[in-house]
Design a protein around this ligand. Structure first.
Ligand code: FES
Length: 109
């Protein structure tokens, strides 16, 4: 698997997120209060809201538009709502973050 560096964990505030633009679209990279990091599509499964601007709590984010709650682990909407966003493999090596992108991998082959 090919990994693409996206910066340092210190660039993301605790309980915050960063939006990374890639050839596969915008990816939201989240850092939880427990210092865990997750990457999912920055596109709410409801109406495409920017999840990277949502509120992070535990291992979930609340969409800023209509308050759907999306699991950062599975990308699935929680509670009564249905839908999911793609989760992106994310590697954390001593704070240096990398993501794996399928189309970039395919292009590199
Ligand atoms: S667009 Fe996210 S809850 Fe509606």
């Amino acid at each position: 698997m090919t990994w693409f560096p996206i910066g340092n964990i210190a660039d993301i505030p605790l309980r915050g997120a960063r939006c990374v633009k890639t050839p596969e679209g915008k990816i939201a990279v989240f850092r939880t209060a427990e210092n865990e990091v997750f990457a999912i599509e920055d596109h709410c499964p409801h109406k495409g809201g920017p999840l990277s601007q949502g509120i992070v709590h535990a291992k979930a984010v609340t969409c800023p538009l209509h308050n759907w709650v999306i699991s950062l682990e599975t990308g699935k909407a929680l509670g009564a709502d249905e839908g999911a966003v793609r989760t992106i493999p994310l590697r954390n090596e001593d704070g240096l973050l990398s993501i794996a992108l399928e189309s970039l991998m395919a292009a590199a082959e």
